[in-house]
Write a protein that binds this ligand. Structure first.
Ligand SMILES: NC(=O)c1ccc[n+]([C@@H]2O[C@H](COP(=O)([O-])OP(=O)(O)OC[C@H]3O[C@@H](n4cnc5c(N)ncnc54)[C@H](OP(=O)(O)O)[C@@H]3O)[C@@H](O)[C@H]2O)c1
Length: 309
């Protein structure tokens, strides 16, 4: 079968090649992949560190062509959206059934492929901030794949949503259209009293965002795109009136249970137009290097979808 293979001598570190079809374990279904989407983590850390010849790919949408031998998961012919630690950038993937969401027949595969890492992370990270209705929530890195879903989901949950981007003049209108009540140029402008923060950037932005938390507020450290350390000035972790009981929690999507249910729910929201997949780049097998370069260069804001047909 065709696959995108790690080859660091090729543009973007990937080339199209032939690999054997995967052999599924008892709890895995085989899925014919029709679309995948790229995530920052796999195109940065993944391509840089994987062994040459590896087939990466966390997100993939397609159709079940062989049900799991242990009879878990969907039947042959079911349209699905899938998540795994690799193998999604190929014509066929073997995937454990608790990482498969069932999609409505009407759903568009490219839109579905944006869901697993980006929307799954946004949903689960928002759960970590607690109730959303009437709460003040800041999303940093709001223009990215996770950020755009986080803005939409926080708004859907009834939060007052503050979106942070390095370039509000360029992205403000789009972020407001997704549901942001305010668009700011950094966490320091969030106005304080935050109940929750989804931080996709890390470094100085995490430190600034923590300072904006109100009493009982939770910062979920999702991403570290800034690639720098978090240096808290003396006093930053003091308690005080309106600043007691603040916390920072770490997060890893792949350690979450019950993702099949979330993927199924998210697929329905995207198919029904409740959530926008925010596809800002789309290409085919031979175009991968363009998307990799744009994501790494912070020029691609939103989701990059690759049609693998
Ligand atoms: N823990 C987990 O399970 C998990 C799951 C998914 C993603 N992540 C991580 O979460 C982060 C976001 O993922 P994503 O897929 O949404 O990435 P993305 O599409 O690249 O979006 C990240 C956004 O952050 C901003 N940004 C990028 N580089 C930056 C820098 N050096 N300094 C400040 N801002 C920067 C950009 O917004 P502006 O240019 O508009 O400022 C960009 O749109 C990544 O670090 C990813 O690895 C973690």
């Amino acid at each position: 079968m065709r696959a995108l293979i790690v080859d660091r001598s090729a543009p973007g570190g990937l080339r199209v090649g032939e690999v054997p079809e995967p052999v599924p374990a008892a709890n895995q279904a085989l899925v014919r992949v029709t679309a995948t989407s790229f995530n920052y983590g796999e195109v940065s850390h993944g391509i840089e560190t994987a062994a040459e010849g590896t087939v990466l790919g966390w997100d993939a949408a397609g159709v079940v062509v062989q049900a799991a031998a242990d009879r878990s998961g969907p039947a042959v012919g079911t349209p699905v959206v899938t998540l795994d630690e690799g193998g999604g950038w190929a014509e066929v993937r073997a995937v454990r059934t608790d990482w498969i969401g069932v999609a409505p027949e009407r759903a568009e595969p490219g839109a579905l492929s944006t869901i697993p890492v980006a929307a799954g992370t946004a949903l689960r990270a928002l759960h970590r901030t607690g109730p959303l209705l009437g709460r003040r929530i800041l999303v940093t890195g709001a223009t990215g794949g996770v950020g755009r879903y986080a803005v939409q989901l926080a708004r859907l949950g009834g939060a007052h949503v503050i979106a942070s981007t390095g370039d509000p003049a360029r992205h403000g209108e789009a972020l407001r259209a997704l549901g942001a009540h305010e668009v700011v140029a950094g966490p320091a402008q969030a106005g304080g009293g935050l109940d929750g923060v989804l931080d996709m950037v890390g470094g100085a932005q995490l430190v600034e965002a923590f300072d904006q938390l109100g009493e009982g507020g939770t910062l979920v450290a999702v991403g570290h795109s800034a690639g720098e350390g978090e240096n808290f000035p003396f006093g930053a972790l003091f308690s005080g009136p309106g600043r007691d009981d603040r916390s920072i929690v770490t997060f890893m999507l792949l350690f979450c249970d019950g993702l099949d249910r979330d993927l199924t729910w998210l697929a329905r929201q995207v198919a029904d137009g409740v959530l926008s997949p925010e596809i800002t780049w789309r290409g085919g097998w031979d175009d991968a290097s363009e998307a990799v370069g744009a994501l790494l260069g912070r020029r691609l804001h939103g989701k990059a979808v690759l049609d693998l047909t």
